[in-house]
Design a protein around this ligand. Sequence first.
Ligand SMILES: [Zn+2]
Length: 290
Amino acid sequence: MDKPVFKPTPRTLLRRKRADLIVEEIKRWIVAGELRPGDRLPQETQLEELLQSSRGTVREALKVLESQGLIEITRGAKGGARVSNVSYEKTSSALRNFLYFQPLTWSDIYRVREKLEPMMAASVIDMLTPADIAALRQTVELCKLGITGEVDPRTHRIAELEFHSILSQACANPLLRLLCRFINEMLRDLSISDPRNIIVPKDSNFAVDAVRFHSALIDAFEAKDAERVRTLMNQHVHDAGCIVSQREEEVDQDNLLIALPVETLRPRRTIDRRGPAAPKPKSRKTKANK
Ligand SMILES: [Zn+2]
């Protein structure tokens, strides 16, 4: 019987393996709180000593950490590696990349959203400031203008989702905040990437119900009634999910995971924190898309 042949592992592979271990070690330092965003990593020569590795291996590990957004490397005399905050944008982009190869549908999104949004909304009751409440009310005013056709459907839809964004921004639980923001932005980008994906607010129950639910939610926030907030948000997202799921086949699923550039996201009528703008004349009514 032939003996198995053991070939020596190429040096480059060994180095990569060693680099992976160093990456994990530095992540461990960060997690343990020994390194915080803005902190400098030791200089390369020190790292070589501390980690008992060659310069090439240390540099490879630093490159991996940089590509993951955990450190920033600057060149020059005062340069070096610093720990950085992993941005939401980078995380969101990685999540979208993951989902890109999954058979994700609107129904899937709403089923998750139905569980998360009530939990998130109930958690922010004591976190909302008077300015947040005022901002929530302004989104409702914009949505009312959407129903009467005084702002376009796109602005209406952004205002509707902005209501949920304001809430998630106040959420103290970082995982819940991340997930709710991610889902909201995915829905927002999908809705406004193509006019066919916007549920036209005029003569639509969706828009009227959203205004009703959002107004009742604001009252429940002010009354600090967690149970009512949870119930209202659950009903609202469930109903919205039913309407959206019915339209599943009409919308362009390809756009589900494409993040839009920030400049395309500005509402055509800005949400003025001082109060809703005066309605436009009736003659400028937006025609329903569908
Ligand atoms: Zn809503």
